[in-house]
Design a protein around this ligand. Structure first.
Ligand SMILES: Cc1cc2nc3c(=O)[nH]c(=O)nc-3n(C[C@H](O)[C@H](O)[C@H](O)COP(=O)(O)OP(=O)(O)OC[C@H]3O[C@@H](n4cnc5c(N)ncnc54)[C@H](O)[C@@H]3O)c2cc1C
Length: 381
């Protein structure tokens, strides 16, 4: 068993940290306040290799392992949740789906523009009436000759308005519920694809979240990803990795909260001494640190297993559930440690708290993770 990062991994994390401090941290509050999607940052992220992390260099990617990927995600989230979510969804959902299940022709056609970030990627599963229950999807694809006609609407789509490439899950065999879903690649500019409402959010306000609407959208059969009705099986694989990414995001945000609160506790004096001298504050910091470290271990173990080519349905859900809760508790306690200042927008911990809440909802809520973990327990009993 080896718990050490390699020299290359340390260098990778350091380079992302330096980039964040120079290019993201000075602007993060302004972007959040004004709900500005930092499109100007995207080419710089691509230059660093962060827009095609796990894609092979053959398609312009950086060819990183999944363990490298989760390290980068933690580092990005430590500095800004919104940029982290943009990078995570572009990499693991849209590009990940095409890379994992697309044909050679689809990979050659779509991945180079995604890895160079000439185009951003979006992944469209959730609908107004179906979130946790993907089988309730109403978006329908009907075959007409060598084309599919798609009608329906998706919501909560990250990069919904700024993406150039969309992976869309649509029902091709409605009676089969989730087992009747198929994935398609759709391009911005195609007649029948429309961006709907921009959603105003509690946190992650500098990430783009919108509705995406399909009205008689024509998609050539060559843009179908994989076999007919295999969209949900693909989705399970995508989310198995995606959830570990969201878990790492929660660790990064929680780590940000812990670091800010530790510095503050040493500087803030009350009753004639630093508040860091009070056991109540020390215990909060100790718990934050312990829970985040446990979460990081679950994340790295799941990532390592994925790198060995193993499936991780249970490990991914455990990592996500534990990390999302640990991250949320760490951010909440950081606000408490900073007192009234923590509640103001002068300090970043309130933003971390608003951002980290998404980790308990996106890519499967805490309740869904518990359902998945217990399902595995019963399957093995
Ligand atoms: C910022 C943001 C970005 C997102 N990005 C994307 C994206 O890029 N692409 C995409 O497709 N989706 C995206 N989503 C959607 C996200 O994955 C869903 O919000 C999530 O899966 C939950 O679905 P829902 O919101 O419809 O909640 P619901 O499924 O309606 O759940 C509501 C509540 O009921 C609970 N619940 C539901 N079923 C059960 C059950 N069987 N047992 C117990 N409790 C249950 C849930 O846990 C939750 O507490 C995003 C969401 C947000 C907020």
């Amino acid at each position: 068993m080896d718990f050490e990062l390699s020299d290359e991994q340390r260098a990778l994390a350091n380079s992302v940290r330096d980039f964040c401090r120079a290019e993201i941290v000075p602007h993060a509050k302004r972007w959040d306040d004004s709900e500005h999607f930092p499109i100007e940052l995207i080419p710089k992220l691509a230059e660093l290799g962060l827009m095609g992390m796990q894609i092979s260099p053959e398609y312009g990617g950086a060819g990183m392992s999944f363990s490298d990927y989760v390290l980068v995600i933690e580092e990005l989230a430590r500095h800004d949740g919104s940029v982290c979510l943009t990078v995570a969804s572009h990499n693991s959902l849209c590009s990940g789906h095409i890379n994992g299940f697309g044909s050679e022709e689809q990979k050659r056609r779509y991945l180079p523009d995604l890895t160079s970030a000439k185009k951003l990627g979006a992944w469209c599963l959730t609908e107004p009436g179906s979130g946790s229950d993907a089988g309730g999807a109403r978006t329908r694809a009907i075959k007409k000759g060598d084309r599919w006609i798609i009608n329906g609407s998706k919501t909560f789509i990250t990069q919904g308005s700024v993406a150039g490439t969309y992976v869309v899950l649509a029902s091709t065999t409605p009676d089969a519920k989730q087992k009747g879903l198929t994935a398609f690649i759709v391009e911005k500019g195609w007649k029948g694809l429309r961006v709907g409402r921009h959603l105003e959010k509690m946190g992650l306000r500098a990430s783009d979240t919108t509705e995406v609407i399909f009205e008689e959208l024509e998609v050539p059969d060559e843009n179908r990803i994989g076999e007919l009705d295999h969209g949900f099986t693909q989705t399970l694989r995508i989310l198995e990795k995606g959830r570990v990414g969201i878990a790492s995001m929660a660790v990064g945000l929680g780590r940000g909260a812990l670091e800010e609160a530790t510095i503050y506790a040493k500087q803030r004096a009350q009753f004639g001494q630093a508040i860091a001298n009070f056991q109540a504050i020390q215990f909060m910091l100790a718990n934050m640190s312990m829970e985040l470290e446990g979460a990081r271990l679950l994340v790295r173990r799941a990532a390592w297993l994925q790198d060995q080519g193993r499936r991780t349905p249970q490990e991914s859900s455990m990592a996500k559930l534990w990390a999302a809760q640990a991250g949320r508790r760490a951010c909440m306690d950081a606000v408490q440690i900073l007192g009234g200042y923590g509640y103001t927008r002068e300090f970043p911990v309130e933003r971390y708290l608003r951002d980290v809440k998404l980790c308990e909802i996106g890519e499967g809520t805490n309740e869904v993770q518990r359902m998945l973990i217990s399902r595995q327990l019963f399957a093995g009993a």
